[in-house]
Design a protein around this ligand. Structure first.
Ligand code: FEO
Length: 401
């Protein structure tokens, strides 16, 4: 069913309950997602964003509940990825007079993904299109999260349509954030920021500052994935600022991959030491836990202790993937340390330390490497290692740097 989200504005998207992987295999969407398209009905009719091709008919049915899709005058593509732009050719086929609207960089991807579609009208920050009583105002948002991204703002509704920003991968029968379990909502919002927006943290801060300077009145924020913020909508913007600044709790994660159990034994001892320092700790074994959850948890933790058994002088593969993810996402304002066990030769611990540094994580103590199996003395060393790390977590504070 189409859902009115503001006077004359309707959600006409689709809910994807089954989706479990996004961006290839890199993002585990544990609770599915939604693709939010918005229909703005005035003297002229605009559709802002669409859905993936597999959901085209569903979206067209929802549009038809409100107006004949042939009446669409403007089709705004805030962003060209196929989860939002997939149905563009179908909409243009239904509405031959519709003007396609995108950012300057939007042409690059739209013209390649959808070869042969009509020439778009290019808009930039401050440009607007009048629909009669309502206006579409555009605000470029490059790298939030790709170069073509832009926001659409409707001042008459005080409604911001920021595409991929401020969303969650969360399938729901509800449309509004205040209608769902808040712990689930925030868990998915955190994972979304951690796995998509973390490397863009400085740009998030700049964009929020720019929006504040523009003095936009915002009563509703309707992202392109997940739930719509209508009660205190600025709460998600304020939370983005805290995440982008790297504000975190006095908490440490111990993330490891073991071969014969000795790295796991060290992980437990290190966690014991962190707890003894009166710091909260979460322990994650790879690959039993997926990286999407680990990155979500890391967003609000100050410290990361990472461990791997040495195999062929290298780290184990799932830890290698974790380090690659850290390098790509570059979590803000974290401290770290490395540990691991080895047999005939070591090698993993220095590699982990190097990778932590490359990811911008400050390595605050010398790594702990143990041969074969930790004896009583080495186990005590691991507890002390954890305790020292816990003290560093406390000392490093929980606010932003
Ligand atoms: Fe960047 Fe939701 O696509």
């Amino acid at each position: 069913m189409a859902v009115q989200i503001a006077e004359g504005v309707y959600w006409v998207g689709a809910v994807d309950w089954d989706l479990r992987e996004f961006h290839g295999h890199s993002y585990r969407t544990h609770r599915g997602t939604s693709y939010n398209a918005y229909l703005v009905v005035d003297e002229k009719v605009a559709l802002v964003d669409t859905v993936p091709t597999g959901f085209t008919d569903e979206m067209l049915h929802r549009i038809a509940e409100v107006v004949d899709p042939a009446r669409i005058d403007y089709l705004v593509a805030n962003h060209g990825e196929p989860d939002h732009a997939g149905a563009i050719p179908a909409v243009l086929a239904h509405a031959p007079q519709a003007v396609l609207v995108c950012s300057r960089r939007g042409i690059d991807s739209l013209s390649k993904y959808y070869a042969g579609i009509r020439q778009p009208q290019v808009v930039g920050s401050g440009d607007s299109i009048s629909l009669g009583r309502k206006t579409l105002v555009f605000l470029e948002a490059p790298m939030l999260h790709w170069p073509d991204s832009m926001f659409t703002y409707i001042p008459e509704n005080r409604l911001l349509l920021p595409n991929d920003a401020f969303g969650q991968h969360l399938a729901s029968a509800h449309r509004f954030a205040d209608e769902v379990d808040s712990s689930v909502l925030w868990d998915e919002s955190r994972k979304y920021f951690a796995n998509i927006l973390t490397p863009l943290s400085p740009l998030v801060l700049r964009k929020v500052e720019e929006v504040q300077k523009l003095g936009l009145q915002i009563e509703v924020i309707a992202p392109s994935h997940g739930l719509i913020w209508r009660k205190n909508p600025m709460q998600i913007v304020e939370q983005y600022v805290r995440w982008a600044r790297g504000e975190a709790r006095a908490q440490a994660l111990v993330v490891y991959e073991t071969m014969w159990g000795s790295t796991a034994e060290l992980a437990r001892a290190i966690a014991e030491g962190i707890t003894a320092a009166d710091v909260e700790v979460q322990v994650y074994a790879l690959p039993q836990e997926d990286l999407t959850n680990v990155m979500g948890a890391l967003l609000e933790a100050r410290g990361l202790v990472v461990g791997s058994a040495t195999h062929n002088r290298r780290t184990l593969l799932h830890v290698a993937a974790l380090m690659e993810d850290l390098l790509a996402l570059r979590p803000v304002n974290k401290i770290g340390a490395a540990f691991g066990s080895h047999g005939w030769s070591g090698g993993a611990v220095p590699l982990l330390e190097k990778a932590l540094r490359e990811a911008g994580i400050e390595v605050v103590q010398e790594g702990l490497a143990v041969a074969w199996w930790p004896d009583a003395e080495e186990r005590a060393q691991a507890v002390a290692f954890g305790r020292a790390f816990g003290e560093r977590v406390k000392d490093s504070g929980t606010g932003s740097k």
